[in-house]
Write a protein that binds this ligand. Structure first.
Ligand code: MG
Ligand code: MG
Length: 255
């Protein structure tokens, strides 16, 4: 069942999402060659707790981290580790959630570590553009398939592939709620969008093949061809005429 949020609830969702936005910026500030992904996790957790929130991911279905850290060919759900050290030329998707006042925030961004290959930077650019193309469709009266098709067509026009196994979702009192929000599909299909729905749109886009594998840790997903994958996510409220983006990349991008 899709739970429609009141205006007050949407403001609480915005507060949680702004904590996530700032936590991601804190992680961005220290994401340099030589740092471990566990150190990034600790910084995010500290910032979330100092903001009066709880990390949404910590303990979620047993997930051991406060953020997901997915380097290069890892798609999503990478587990922060002391042994995993960032190096020049890496890309890292950092996915973060925060829970406050009964509502979750959820957002993700893929950072460049030092100088990154132009071809990989292009994948990041197109994936982020695809997220905003999806958000343009996230308005009252459109359908889930309009979001999905906008994301998919933009990425495929550039020769990239959309991951099928993981998708976006409704968000609110639960981190993952109905409806499902895939990044592939047909225009005009799926559930009709209504004002007050809040969804996380999160394209996971591969440079090569769409196929992924799951690591033995039960979480980490990787591209089957070991080529890089990018991930950007915003939580947005459906409105008439224009989506209300509750999360923000502003704090990351001003660093
Ligand atoms: Mg997320
Ligand atoms: Mg999400």
């Amino acid at each position: 069942m899709v739970y429609l949020k009141t205006d007050e609830e949407i403001e609480l969702l915005r507060e949680s999402n702004l904590i996530v936005a700032k936590a991601l910026a804190e992680v961005a500030k220290i994401s340099k060659p030589g740092i471990s992904t566990l150190a990034l996790d600790k910084r995010a957790e500290e910032f979330i707790r100092d903001s009066g929130a709880i990390p949404s991911f910590l303990g979620y279905s047993g997930f051991p981290g406060s953020i997901c850290t997915s380097i290069n060919d890892k798609v999503v759900h990478g587990i922060p580790s002391d042994n995993e050290i960032l190096k020049e030329g890496d890309i890292i998707s950092v996915d973060c959630g925060a829970y406050k006042n009964g509502f979750h925030g959820d957002s993700a961004y893929t950072f460049c570590i030092g100088e990154v290959d132009e071809k990989i930077k292009h994948l990041l650019k197109v994936t982020k553009e695809a997220l905003y193309k999806g958000i343009e469709q996230a308005i009252e009266g459109k359908r889930i398939g309009d979001i999905a098709a906008a994301v998919q067509s933009h990425c495929e026009e550039h020769g990239y592939a959309v991951v099928r196994e993981m998708i976006g979702h409704g968000i609110g009192k639960n981190l993952h709620e109905a409806p499902e929000v895939p990044n592939y599909g047909s225009r005009g299909s799926g559930m009709k969008l209504k004002s007050g729905m809040v969804i996380a749109i999160e394209p996971m886009i591969n440079m090569g093949k769409k196929d992924i594998t799951f690591d033995r840790d039960g979480w980490t997903t990787r591209t089957i061809d070991q080529l890089p994958s990018a991930h950007f996510e915003h939580s947005v409220a459906i409105r008439k005429g224009k989506a209300d983006i509750l999360s923000s990349f502003e704090f990351i991008e001003q660093i």
